[in-house]
Design a protein around this ligand. Structure first.
Ligand code: ZN
Length: 304
């Protein structure tokens, strides 16, 4: 489902040759219905300037938004799914992969990067919803696990921005195993006291919610994001009850204790930066990153 729809060409002339083309320049916000200039929306990182509705943001723009000057080093670009089950549903999985790869110019539904966030070295993974619904298969699982291990080795804080339909059914149980693999790696990161911040964006569902998206030292969501495990219709049919209004939105989850904060996209970078100030030790604050292996963490310090 697209959040923003294309508006019809605003100006058309009969003479053909001197036709003024405005198609695609204007978009209609699905929340407030107002017409928004595409450029204004892009400059605002897909947040509607009229009503504040948070549209979906692609992985590359997300990383450019979080890293200083939009610069980052990309890791594990070579990993690609081998279609181990040779799965076919309405079309071949290998064809689905090829279509997504061509459309997104990515190998799979994630980009893993390293760079600076407000001057501090961080690793950030961002999921790409346009790639087979942002689903988690072997490649996503492996890229995230390697990012965790890299963070562990260098004692660099990790941020994962989720946008996913859950585990990738075309890879069957192998995709489900990623949940355990990633969760195990996160446990080691936790034991080593290297911060991991989870950012949940619209939508974060299924096996991603059921594993790493909810395992952050802080679990932070964007406003109005759909976050859940099973879909609302499935739940209603199972429990035979009507679900409350706003069920599975960020705000509802915050109210019920599943999230630590709901943060606007415009404030996300500074929020993450302050959260890391809070979580890191004084020595780590000074060094920017912790370099001494096996050093014991001291008392945490609050952000000023
Ligand atoms: Zn709007």
């Amino acid at each position: 489902m697209a959040w923003f729809t294309r508006d019809k060409p605003a100006v058309k002339r009969e003479d053909g040759e001197k036709r003024v083309r405005t198609e695609g320049l204007w978009l209609k916000c699905e929340k407030c219905g107002q017409i928004v200039w595409r450029k204004a929306l892009e400059d605002n990182f897909q947040v509607c300037p009229k009503c504040g509705h948070h549209g979906r943001l692609d992985a590359r723009t997300r990383l450019a938004m979080l890293f200083d000057q939009g610069k980052f080093e990309e890791f594990d670009q070579c990993l690609v799914s081998t279609d181990p089950l040779e799965f076919v549903d309405s079309k071949k999985y290998s064809d689905r992969l090829a279509v997504s790869q061509a459309a997104t110019e990515l190998r799979d539904a994630i980009i893993s990067g390293g760079g600076n966030l407000n001057g501090r070295r961080v690793h950030v993974c961002a999921m790409e919803l346009k790639f087979v619904g942002g689903s988690m298969g072997t490649v996503v699982g492996e890229v995230i696990t390697r990012a965790i291990e890299r963070s562990l080795e260098h004692r660099v804080p990790l941020i994962i921005v989720s946008a996913s339909g859950g585990a990738r059914m075309q890879e069957g149980a192998i995709s489900l195993m990623q949940m355990a693999k990633i969760s195990g790696a996160l446990m080691r990161l936790d034991e080593a006291r290297v911060p991991y911040l989870s950012v949940l964006t619209d939508p974060t569902t299924g096996g991603v919610t059921a594993s790493f998206a909810m395992l952050g030292d802080l679990n932070i969501a964007e406003p109005g994001a759909q976050i859940g495990f099973a879909g609302p219709r499935v739940i209603e049919q199972t429990i035979r009850q009507k679900l409350p209004a706003g069920f599975q939105t960020s705000e509802f989850l915050l109210q019920h204790g599943f999230l630590d904060a709901v943060v606007k996209r415009a404030d996300l970078k500074s929020y993450l930066s302050k959260a890391l100030d809070f979580l890191l030790t004084p020595q780590e604050q000074i060094a920017g990153v912790h370099t001494q292996q096996g050093a014991q963490p001291g008392p945490v310090t609050r952000a000023s």
